[in-house]
Design a protein around this ligand. Structure first.
Ligand code: NI
Length: 181
C-alpha cells in the first residue's frame, strides 16, 4: 500500500463532480487500500476519492469500527438539524460550525458489489454528508450561511497571504472538536 498526497483547497479537482464507479477491479481495490492508508496517515475519519485526485464516486471512513468503503453512495433521506464543528483534510487546520441534517439514510456498494444501506445520525451522519459533498465537488465552506461563508473565505484568502487569522478563525467554530474528514 502507499499513501497519497491529499489535495488541498484551491485544487480544481475538489470542485468537480466525480463519476460513478462502473465496475470493481484490482485497480479499484488498490485505490481503496491506498485511500485507507492515506486517511490513517492524515489522522482523518473519512476521505473521498477526489481528495486524492481521483474523480470516482467512492469514499472510505473509519469512525472507530475499522475501515469501511462506500461506492456510488446516495443519500436518500435526511431529517432534523444538527449543529456541529467540522474539519476537512483538504482544508487543513480550519474548523467550521455547520448546520446539516441530523440523520440520513445512505445507500451504496462495498468492494464485493453488495448493497449497503445504513441509517446514520449525528457524527457518522455528518461524515457521510461531508464525503458525499466531496463527490459532488462541494466543500464544507459552501455549507455555511452567507456571512459566515464570507468570513471563512476571508480566512482562507488571508492564510494564503501568510496573515495571522487566529482571531477570525475563533468566530467560525463552537466549543467541541472532532477529527478531520
Ligand atoms: Ni473533507
Amino acid at each position: 500500500m502507499s499513501s497519497y498526497a491529499v489535495r488541498v483547497y484551491g485544487d480544481p479537482v475538489l470542485k468537480q463532480v466525480a463519476h460513478d464507479v462502473e465496475h470493481v477491479d484490482g485497480s479499484l481495490v488498490r485505490l481503496v487500500n491506498d485511500m485507507v492508508e492515506t486517511m490513517y496517515d492524515s489522522e482523518g475519519v473519512g476521505l473521498a476519492a477526489p481528495q486524492v485526485g481521483v474523480q470516482k464516486r467512492l469514499f472510505v471512513y473509519d469512525v472507530g469500527d475499522g475501515p469501511q468503503v462506500m461506492i456510488n453512495p446516495t443519500i436518500a433521506e435526511a431529517e432534523g438539524e444538527w449543529y456541529h464543528d467540522e474539519g476537512c483534510l483538504s482544508i487543513p487546520g480550519l474548523r467550521l460550525g455547520i448546520v446539516r441534517p441530523k440523520q440520513v439514510h445512505i445507500s451504496g456498494f462495498d468492494l464485493d458489489g453488495k448493497e449497503i444501506a445504513l441509517e446514520a445520525d449525528e457524527f457518522l451522519g455528518r461524515v457521510f454528508q461531508h464525503e458525499v459533498d466531496h463527490l459532488d465537488g462541494v466543500l464544507m465552506v459552501e455549507r455555511l450561511e452567507d456571512d459566515m461563508r464570507k468570513q471563512a473565505l476571508r480566512v482562507l484568502r488571508d492564510r494564503a497571504l501568510g496573515l495571522d487569522t487566529t482571531a477570525m478563525e475563533a468566530k467560525l467554530v463552537s466549543a467541541d472538536s472532532q477529527r478531520e474528514v
